[in-house]
Design a protein around this ligand. Structure first.
Ligand code: 2YJ
Length: 273
């Protein structure tokens, strides 16, 4: 799993308004509207509890600006959010004492939002996949009946695949690990998604699809030659799977950010009763 760096997220706190404009240009919708589309929680039904973001020092430790970036995204969506002064267990105690109803925190493996009143939990990986599937649905004018390739069968790919099927897309899965790929197809089958298929090889699958979700940590594997004039890419993965040339060719038909869509989807996930 890729660990975010301060450099990846440095811009977030100062660029949310311009990110909204970019999203409107690409999808016709704001970050809030994409999160609402992903979670089926309408703006008017949101229950906006106070949000405490707790820095965690375990494992590889604090990432500079991580908690502040999460706070800025949640505040941008109209929530009253703060970063605790203390990290770890002290931070959790502080969040509760300062009347947080939702807490958010990340270690090296998981990033979660927890509603302390309802017990609702949202996982960043899975929520990010759903958020990008929703963004893609808006970007292509509806996914119903369209074929989508999901590269990466981890939590992001799983969330994406399930949500894509929910939007009526026909989903193909590729993962470098055949067991993970088959496990995701079996999981989808268990959720009554019967038309999902596992792709045997990546290259032909990339050539065949014009809508792709890049949900894996590999860099530079989607090149100019794989793209058609109207290819759409949703890329929650860091680093980006597109080469420099691929990136230029994709232009406005690329959805990619380090945190925003995932965090927005998480906070909408847990802000319902
Ligand atoms: O509180 C902090 O500053 C750090 N403990 C944040 C750690 C953030 N964690 C990651 O970037 C991991 N790769 C896990 C993210 C899960 C993404 N689905």
């Amino acid at each position: 799993m890729t660990r975010l760096t301060t450099e990846d997220i440095y811009h977030i706190t100062t660029s949310l308004n311009s990110y909204d404009l970019q999203l409107i240009a690409k999808t016709g919708h704001t970050l809030a509207q994409i999160a609402s589309h992903a979670t089926k929680v309408k703006e008017e039904d949101l229950v906006r509890l106070r949000v405490g973001i707790i820095p965690l020092t375990c494992g590889m430790g604090i990432i500079g600006r991580f908690s502040e970036s999460v706070q800025s995204i949640v505040s941008h969506l109209g929530f009253d959010a703060f970063v605790t002064e203390a990290p770890d267990a002290g931070g959790l105690a502080e969040a509760v004492q300062r009347k947080a109803g939702v807490v958010m925190m990340a270690d090296d493996d998981r990033f979660v939002a927890i509603n302390l009143k309802t017990g609702l939990v949202s996982d960043n990986g899975e929520a990010t996949g759903r958020g990008y599937a929703a963004g893609l649905d808006l970007m292509v004018g509806g996914l119903k009946g369209k074929e989508v390739l999901v590269v990466g069968a981890g939590p992001v790919g799983r969330g994406a695949a399930e949500a894509l099927a929910g939007f009526g897309a026909k989903v193909s899965i590729y993962d470098i690990d055949p067991k993970r790929k088959e496990a995701l197809v079996d999981y989808l089958l268990s959720r009554n998604i019967t038309d999902a298929v596992a792709e045997g090889r990546l290259e032909p699958a990339l050539y065949r699809h014009r809508i792709i979700i890049d949900a894996c940590p590999a860099a530079d594997y989607i090149d100019l030659e794989h793209l058609q004039g109207d290819s759409f890419i949703a890329a929650p993965g860091i680093p980006l799977g597109l080469t420099e040339e691929g990136l230029r060719a994709c232009g406005e038909r690329l959805l990619h950010d380090p945190l925003e869509i995932g965090v927005a989807t998480m906070i909408y996930d847990v802000s319902r009763f």
